[in-house]
Write a protein that binds this ligand. Structure first.
Ligand code: MOS
Length: 688
């Protein structure tokens, strides 16, 4: 393996795609001007959550000038054998409100939308069942969780240990439905060139989409070309294929035109997944000195009729703290909702909210400082897998965070600090996120006197990966960064994993290093030389438990008259392996912490129990944290290199920032007010 010389890696290089972005030269999917003759698709969505379409009248839509086609289940091309959740316009069955039941293709976007509004659909509809409760008699245990985790885990006699514990807590927390809302809505431009399907698409990795789209249209991989160099944000909803991409492909096929399909913001709330709500029962048993004797974390969450999405909510609890008796369970309710999907740290985010809130409540019962309680339960090995951690620096994060935040001397009493009408409190929570790597390949073309062309189907969803990978390539090739021309976001480039699970850098970086190694000490002939390299997981995942860790500290102010909650400052300290770029790295932590703040105070998609739709399906009513919500953000990291996991020594940083930050805010809210809010978000009404 070519050693990085660390000339570029570790420095704070500015985004290399920044100038193009601010000059409008970095088009997102919908902005691609393919041939100047594109037509537009508008969707007609089901108003019924469950039932059958009894009639569709498209005559008024067809009569509009400029309408080229109206696709329904009666005339749309037949799709191949794809997963139920992406099957669309194939039958009269509807399974959630918002399911596309027709698609209009027209010369302009305005005509397409006008026509879509004129399609008349009638349904034989049944009352939907969308309510998640723990007393449902149809809860079931999925075979396994997302990412292959076991559904349940148990060590020791947990109930006996809980009963015998001198001190304990038994608390239920709830987190709501939440929706991915990147700035760039999902969009696809599709065109058939003969039997080749081309797509300019907003996604988290073109290769992620290849299996479903090729299967749907019955084409081989070499007949699908997906281009996605620039993506305007993504938190998981752009990781997988959704129905709109298949509709775009069908519309292009039927009309023989280049079609553009961009979801509206409200459509983002039905067609590209959401974070499942959770109900989580946390039981902790402890000795009087704070030593945990038992941990039980039982999760109830939902999935849809058309998918089995089993989020790994309690898996972080399996490794956070030492305790001899321990149990985690996950149960699902299958509801009449759209298919859930992943959303920034799926599982860890709601799960660690509950665990870290319960740890705070236990600290209060014990009369032990909540930082100290965590330090006393630090395991020396992974407590459930019984393997060593490759690196684990949670203790350092907690200590450094306490120092930076000014935690020492904190008065533990709740509800006693006032500043005018504001009640003031502080809180802490820990964070963790798994470190993984996935198979990826890279190609390097070397021509004397020219920059190295480094190609890999990686994806920069706004993270700065383009810049970080260029740094890695420059060091691996032992050249300055301007000698590297990195090409990403194209399914015709060497196959790489998608931008998900915080695996980008740990997967793509080593592939580029492996390709560069092929060039080491070789003379480049006048005609140039092309090499490829591959990298992927070895047996490190079996040998070690590898995770990033972190600690969040927050100050919360609550207006005693209105219940308004402000967060004037947060401190986040992370131990996430080698940080490739301190500027873009800091932005990842900052973005994650901000999204955690958003989760704590704002984000909630409200399901209408009568009609089964998400009632607040736009950014006017689904609130996310804006600039004015974010105060001083103090972000730092521990000097850590995890050489046991991958040759870069890096861990993922895209997701750990959100994990635990909502709990730190909730814990600070209690310290400010003396009130525990155990169902997010902490809106002003919950103070009274
Ligand atoms: Mo992230 S939820 O793994 O895209």
């Amino acid at each position: 393996m070519t050693a990085t010389t660390e000339r570029a890696v570790g420095s704070d290089v500015r985004r290399i795609d920044g100038p193009a972005k601010v000059r409008g030269l970095a088009p997102y999917a919908f902005e691609h001007e393919v041939d100047g003759t594109a037509v537009f698709v508008a969707l007609v969505q089901s108003t019924a959550a469950k039932g059958r379409i009894t009639s569709i009248d498209t005559s008024a839509a067809q009569a509009l000038t400029g309408v080229l086609a109206v696709l329904t289940h009666e005339n749309a091309p037949r799709l191949g054998d794809v997963a139920d959740e992406v099957v669309v316009l194939q039958s009269d069955r509807v399974q959630y409100v918002g399911e596309p039941v027709a698609a209009v293709v027209a010369e302009t976007s305005e005509v397409a939308r006008d026509a879509a509004a004129r399609v008349v659909v009638t349904y034989d509809a049944q009352t939907p069942d969308v309510e998640l409760r723990t007393d449902r008699d149809d809860l079931y245990a999925p075979e396994q969780l997302m990412a292959g985790f076991e559904t349940d885990s148990v060590i020791g006699d947990v109930d006996a240990a809980l009963a015998a514990a001198p001190v304990g807590v038994d608390i239920t927390y709830e987190t709501p439905n939440q929706h991915n809302n990147p700035i760039e809505m999902h969009a696809t431009v599709a065109r058939w060139d003969g039997d080749v399907l081309r797509m300019w698409d907003a996604n988290q990795g073109p290769h992620n989409l290849v299996p479903v789209i090729t299967e749907a249209f019955g084409i081989t991989e070499d007949r699908l070309h997906i281009v996605s160099p620039y993506v305007g944000g993504a938190f998981g909803s752009k990781a997988y294929t959704h129905v709109h991409q298949l509709i775009a492909g069908m519309a292009a096929k039927v009309t023989g035109r280049t079609v553009k399909l961009e979801l509206t913001r409200p459509q983002m709330f039905t067609l590209v997944g959401h974070r499942t709500p959770t109900i989580q029962r946390l039981r902790l048993g402890a000795e009087l000195d704070g030593t945990l004797t038992a941990i039980s974390h039982e999760v109830v969450e939902h999935t849809s009729q058309n998918a089995e999405f089993a989020e790994q909510t309690a898996t972080a609890t399996r490794l956070m703290y030492a305790a001899p008796a321990r149990r985690t369970t996950h149960r699902l309710a299958r509801l009449d909702v759209p298919a859930p999907t992943i959303m920034r740290a799926p599982g860890e985010t709601p799960g660690m909210y509950a665990l870290e809130s319960a740890m705070d409540e236990l600290a209060v019962v014990l009369g032990i400082d909540p930082v100290e309680l965590r330090l006393r339960n630090e395991p020396d090995r992974d407590p459930e897998r019984d393997v060593p951690f490759s690196t684990r620096n949670l203790v350092a994060c907690l200590r450094q965070g306490a120092e930076r935040f000014g935690w020492a001397g904190r008065d533990p009493r709740p509800g006693v600090r006032e500043d005018g009408r504001w009640l003031v409190g502080t809180g802490v929570a820990a964070a963790t996120y798994p470190t993984r790597r996935r198979p990826s390949a890279a190609r390097i073309e070397a021509v004397p006197g020219k920059p190295y062309v480094v190609s890999i189907d990686a994806s920069d969803i706004g993270t700065g990966a383009w810049t970080a990978l260029t740094q890695i390539a420059a060091d691996a090739l032992r050249v300055p960064m301007d000698r590297v021309d990195l090409r990403i976001g194209d399914s015709r480039l060497p196959k790489a994993s998608g931008a998900g699970g915080s695996t980008g850098i740990t997967s793509w970086g080593p592939a580029i290093m492996a390709a560069a190694e092929q060039l080491a000490d070789r003379d480049i002939p006048a005609g140039g030389l092309t090499v490829t390299g591959e990298a992927g997981p070895g047996d490190e995942a079996e040998q070690y438990s590898s995770h990033a860790f972190g600690a969040h500290f927050a100050e919360v102010r609550v207006d005693r008259d209105s219940g308004e909650v402000r967060v004037p400052r947060m401190t986040g300290v992370f131990a996430a392996g080698r940080i490739i770029n301190s500027t873009t790295g800091r932005s990842q932590f900052l973005g994650g912490m901000t999204m955690g703040l958003s989760m704590a105070l704002h984000e909630e998609s409200v399901l209408d129990r009568t009609h089964g739709h998400y009632a607040n399906h736009d950014l006017a009513e689904y609130h996310i944290a804006a600039n004015a919500d974010v105060g001083e953000m103090d972000i730092s990291w521990i000097d850590e290199v995890d050489d046991l996991h991958n040759p870069l020594g890096a861990k993922g940083i895209g997701e750990i920032g959100i994990v635990g930050s909502a709990a730190a805010i909730g814990n600070a809210y209690w310290h400010a007010t003396g009130r525990r809010v155990r169902d997010l978000p902490i809106t002003p009404d919950k103070y009274f």
